[in-house]
Design a protein around this ligand. Structure first.
Ligand SMILES: C[S@@+](CC[C@H](N)C(=O)[O-])C[C@H]1O[C@@H](n2cnc3c(N)ncnc32)[C@H](O)[C@@H]1O
Length: 260
């Protein structure tokens, strides 16, 4: 089958003009321009950074069509995977249920090429059954999404309508000593985030530049310490010959062990 259309009004920005297929290609298609698969590269970097520890429960928030959730399920017993977009979650669930998913990507003009992603080809048939995909709002998560060893927010914060809401609420959902991993290229846009809610990318009242890393540090300082940061590149294919080549910053934060 071909991936289904959008249902959730708030997800419209992600479900127009073939964006579900574009994200299926981004998560499951062949590597482009020699850059590693982004979700897999992020999970590998996170696991290396956090070292050994509890591998019980994990949350992938803003999971899109599910590749990082699959990579996290190789490491954790249970993965909750949440996204605002009904179309993205429908594609992830169709892959999980059917074991394979067909989609189509543009090459040039009106020409396209057919693709198929298969869980068996990724050695992911068993582990996909340990992922609970659901639509949800990162800024208003249900109460039962809690008690995590790791929360991964991949390229999410600069797409949230109020990122501070997410950052404030996420601490109490992570076990003491547990981890929050955030990636973002910090591409703040008012069509996603009203400027008054940007974490950085602006000058403050005194005219000083405020970076997003500084904003994240200020927002998380009460509950987390920054453990590691590194750049992770990614490529989103638009056509056979046109790509978005971007550099995300991965920051890994450890929740303080003392009670709030
Ligand atoms: C730039 S995409 C990144 C997707 C994926 N994590 C990745 O790295 O490929 C941002 C994702 O955040 C989701 N999103 C935006 N606002 C959200 C919200 N309030 N709650 C949950 N997900 C949201 C979008 O639907 C989209 O899947």
């Amino acid at each position: 089958m071909t991936s289904s259309a959008a249902q959730t009004p708030g997800a419209a920005l992600y479900e127009t003009s073939g964006l579900v297929d574009q994200y299926l290609e981004f998560h499951y298609g062949p590597e482009a321009l020699g850059v590693r698969n982004f979700p897999a590269a992020c999970v590998e970097a996170i696991m290396k950074a956090i070292g050994p520890g509890s591998r019980d429960r994990c949350l992938d928030v803003g999971c899109a069509v599910g590749r990082s959730a699959i990579e996290l399920a190789r490491q954790f017993s249970h993965v909750d995977a949440i996204d605002y977009s009904a179309g993205f979650i429908a594609a992830a669930v169709q892959l999980q249920d059917a074991g394979s998913l067909d989609f189509r990507v543009p090459t040039e003009g009106v020409l396209t090429v057919d693709r198929r992603v298969s869980l068996a080809d990724m050695q992911a048939t068993e582990l996909a059954s340990r992922i609970a995909f659901a639509t949800g709002d990162a800024c208003d998560l249900p109460a039962d999404l809690t008690d995590y060893d790791l929360v991964f927010a991949g390229n999410l914060i600069d797409r949230l309508y109020e990122p501070q809401l997410f950052l404030t609420a996420i601490a109490e959902r992570i076990r003491p000593g547990g981890w929050l991993a955030i990636t973002s290229p910090y591409t703040w846009l008012e069509e996603y985030t009203p400027k008054r809610h940007w974490l950085g990318g602006y000058t403050d009242a005194a005219g000083n530049p405020m970076t997003t890393l500084a904003g994240l540090t200020a927002a998380l300082a009460g509950s987390f310490s920054l453990h590691q940061r590194q750049d992770v590149p990614f490529v989103i294919r638009e056509t056979a010959r046109k790509h978005q080549h971007t550099l995300a910053e991965l920051t890994i934060w450890q929740r303080h062990c003392r009670p709030f």
